[in-house]
Design a protein around this ligand. Structure first.
Ligand SMILES: CCC/C=C/C(=O)SCCNC(=O)CCNC(=O)[C@H](O)C(C)(C)COP(=O)([O-])OP(=O)([O-])OC[C@H]1O[C@@H](n2cnc3c(N)ncnc32)[C@H](O)[C@@H]1OP(=O)([O-])[O-]
Ligand SMILES: NC(=O)C1=CN([C@@H]2O[C@H](COP(=O)(O)OP(=O)(O)OC[C@H]3O[C@@H](n4cnc5c(N)ncnc54)[C@H](OP(=O)(O)O)[C@@H]3O)[C@@H](O)[C@H]2O)C=CC1
Length: 289
């Protein structure tokens, strides 16, 4: 956010002291808010995404807000989560440099809106959001969490009524939610908790830019019972809660941070038509249905 948020962390200072986290997409939007809150609570955070320049700038800015004696707490690392080798290197770097990997936040991702998705576009979005999350979970588990436990949070999206015009991301996010449930069971015996946070429409400058402007977000206002957009700090609090000891008995679940949007109306309008097959023999009766 360009404007200062009124939301301050509700968690105690040093809640995450001595802990190490990876936040993918941690330089912008939701990921940045999560990184700011985790690092302000004592956590070392490796932020990982494709654009190194962005990551370096964000790390510098966030570190500057931390008392000099406690810096640095945020570390940039270039990684495309679609590339399994790069994901493996991210995990190794984090553990070799910082000695642990307590938390993983799978936030990096995105999509584009289109009613006609090409095969290449479909693969790009599924590989980013579903396969990228799978790679990150798998290698966090292999490299550290299988032997030490840990907590994972995946950021998904409001896809509960389908996701017309963004079918690729709807399918990918539903896949991430189901993956989360499988892993919560498979990895429970290692002391790994894994959950999802499902944001509604959360305004950030970078997200809006990706959609060609703020108007795209404002167009969603009529489907939000809260009658306003969310901000990244409102998502961050839920992520920090799920990582914290306050959530020590919570695994395999999803927290929706969406102002009630997910159980309210769909943004999608179906054109008038009579294309469905008639159920009755009498055409006149059919016309009355
Ligand atoms: C509104 C409220 C809800 C908000 C939710 C949010 O998530 S906010 C967060 C918002 N933040 C983000 O979403 C940030 C992250 N998002 C991204 O990086 C991209 O959206 C990505 C995931 C598609 C990866 O892209 P990439 O370039 O690295 O991938 P690539 O080079 O491998 O294949 C690309 C292929 O995909 C297709 N295609 C791509 N764009 C469009 C389009 N606009 N139009 C049509 N098609 C498009 C095209 O086929 C293209 O191939 P081509 O024709 O070029 O040969
Ligand atoms: N804002 C919203 O309303 C909603 C957002 N979400 C999801 O929340 C997450 C954060 O979005 P938001 O902060 O709003 O938007 P942003 O566009 O600011 O964030 C997306 C982040 O993901 C990173 N990223 C994208 N692709 C990759 C990749 N292949 N490898 C590594 N990192 C990648 C980007 O960094 P870089 O370009 O450097 O790789 C960027 O930092 C996304 O998954 C988004 O889809 C879900 C529901 C609603």
């Amino acid at each position: 956010m360009a404007a200062a948020s009124m939301i301050r962390s509700v968690f105690k200072k040093e809640l995450f002291s001595g802990k190490v986290a990876i936040v993918t997409g941690g330089a912008t939007g939701l990921g940045r808010a999560i990184t700011e809150e985790l690092s302000s609570l004592g956590c070392k955070v490796v932020i990982a995404s494709r654009r190194l320049e962005n990551l370096e700038k964000a790390a510098q800015e966030i570190n500057e807000a931390i008392p000099i004696s406690l810096r640095p707490r945020v570390f940039p690392y270039q990684c495309n989560i679609r590339n399994e080798e790069q994901v493996k290197s991210l995990m190794k770097y984090t553990i070799d440099t910082h000695g642990a990997l307590d938390y993983l936040v799978n936030n990096g991702g995105g999509q584009f809106a289109s009613p006609a998705i090409s095969a290449k576009g479909w693969l790009a979005v599924v590989e980013t959001n579903l396969t990228g999350t799978f790679y990150c979970c798998k290698h966090a588990y292999n490299e550290w969490m299988a032997g030490h436990g840990g907590a994972i949070v995946n950021i998904i999206a409001d896809m509960y009524k389908g996701f017309p015009n963004m079918a690729h991301t709807g399918a990918a996010r539903a896949g991430v939610q189901n993956l989360m449930m499988s892993l919560a069971l498979e990895w429970a015996d290692c002391g790994i908790r894994i959950n999802c946070v499902s944001p509604g429409i959360i305004y950030s400058e970078t997200a809006a830019k990706n959609y060609g402007g703020r108007h795209v977000f404002d167009e969603g206002l009529h489907i939000i019972p809260a009658k306003r957009l969310g901000i990244p700090e409102e998502v961050s609090g839920a992520v920090c809660f799920l990582l914290s000891p306050a959530a020590s008995y919570i695994t395999g679940t999803t927290i929706k941070v969406d102002g009630g949007q997910s159980f309210y109306r769909s943004p999608f309008t179906i054109p008038e038509h009579n294309s469905f097959p008639p159920p009755l023999e009498d055409p006149e009766l059919n016309s009355k249905l």
